[in-house]
Write a protein that binds this ligand. Structure first.
Ligand code: NIG
Ligand code: FE
Length: 383
């Protein structure tokens, strides 16, 4: 087995809470896994040596919330929002219509292009949701396409109630025939719990049906206003409650005393010109926070985790360390993964070499392409 020594790392952010930062570091990769991490002066020998040239290294980003299977775009909706119209989620139906019209090959090619765009920006693990099909077959094929791109697939048949269908009938479909068709392709079940989408009772029913079918729950909660979503997530032991923009003190307490991660999606607030969630309040209460892109054509058409890190630091009262931790370790917690999101012996050798001396530059130099190299399972991404 070939071993590779990545040496000359100016500052290594490991993501491992036991030893988060190492200056003048090195790392050994063997068979796609991290075999050793430490100071370069103690590094063991290896078959090959790569010099990081004093650059900083971080784990590959874990983007735990993305909607990548869709057709069309919503440029016009974005333009009208930037001239004052509010975001309501109603535009989801525009994307549903375009997605239903598209062929499988078009949907797969577009989703793969977004995954590639993410990888170039340092994202080595991504979660992908359905939710723009909203028929049994369109949700099933969306998830089948997603399984070709990631292990982290999420059934979001309960995104909105499609046009011309009664809400009760749709909940019955989502918890019945649609769930049966989709469960073989999904690891997670999700619901958009929000005024105008699904209420608390419907959300609980949908997540519970998913759990019974063997899926793990996660939820879109408290994005546009206060509501029951976060409390339902904690009650059902969801891995993550996503958005968490409008929280009561009871919501913060519930998150703090549960194992549920709060996944914050600042790209959505940026692109909908809305107030950002208060990460400081969550962190101070002891909540585990993740950052993700929410990449989708409506509320957040960015694939860039570095952009989200910069927003989180500038707008959400996070320190650069907390933001990078949330974008790596936090994302892994939100997906219940222990093999990614950190660099320690045994973890997958997913790492990003930054064209910067420190991970702090991700926030300090916003908008600058700082990703120098990406390794996925120990393999260097070729352009
Ligand atoms: O996470 N909130 C619901 N779903 C997406 C938006 C989807 C859309 O507008 O197309 C979100 O923001
Ligand atoms: Fe979302």
């Amino acid at each position: 087995m070939t071993t590779t020594l990545l040496d000359g790392i100016g500052l290594l952010y490991t993501g491992d809470p036991e030893r988060e930062e190492i200056e003048d570091a090195a790392l050994v990769v063997e068979d796609g896994r991290v075999a050793w991490v430490g100071h370069s002066r103690g590094a063991p020998g290896a078959d090959e040596r790569v010099d990081a040239g004093g650059r900083a290294v971080i784990p590959g980003f874990v983007d735990s919330h993305a909607h990548l299977v869709f057709a069309g775009d919503r440029t016009a909706e974005f333009q009208s929002r930037m001239s004052g119209r509010p975001y309501t989620g109603g535009g989801i139906r525009t994307t549903v219509a375009a997605t239903r019209r598209a062929g499988d090959a078009e949907l797969a090619t577009r989703a793969a292009a977004l995954v590639r765009e993410m990888l170039r920006q340092g994202t080595t693990t991504v979660e992908i949701k359905s939710g723009y099909g909203l028929t049994v077959e369109d949700e099933r094929r969306s998830l089948e396409i997603a399984t070709g791109l990631t292990d982290e697939t999420t059934f979001l048949g309960a995104h909105v109630v499609p046009e011309g269908v009664a809400a009760d009938d749709y909940v019955r479909l989502v918890t019945g025939e649609m769930l049966q068709a989709c469960a073989p392709y999904a690891r997670w079940v999700d619901v958009f719990c929000e005024r105008g989408a699904f209420d608390g009772d419907q959300s609980r029913e949908i997540l519970t049906a998913g759990i019974r079918a063997g899926l793990l729950p996660r939820i879109h909660a408290n994005q546009l206003g206060e509501g029951p979503g976060v409390r339902i997530a904690c009650e059902l032991g969801a891995a993550s409650a996503d958005h968490c923009t409008h929280l009561t003190s009871a919501d913060v307490d519930a998150l703090a005393s549960s194992g549920t991660v709060a996944t914050l999606l600042p790209g959505a607030e940026f692109s909908t010109r809305s107030p950002y969630p208060d990460a400081r309040r969550l962190l101070d209460a002891g909540v585990t926070v993740a950052l993700a892109t929410d990449c989708n054509p409506g509320s957040s058409f960015t694939s860039s985790m570095p952009f989200c890190v910069a927003l989180a630091v500038r707008e959400m009262r996070m320190t650069p360390l907390e933001a990078v931790r949330a974008a790596t370790y936090g994302g892994a917690r939100a997906l219940r993964r222990t093999d990614v999101g950190w660099l320690r012996p045994g973890s997958r050798a997913d790492l990003v070499v930054l064209d910067a001396p420190s991970y702090v530059h991700l926030a300090y130099r916003p908008g600058v392409p700082l990703v120098h190299q990406v390794f996925h399972s120990g393999l260097l991404l070729e352009e």
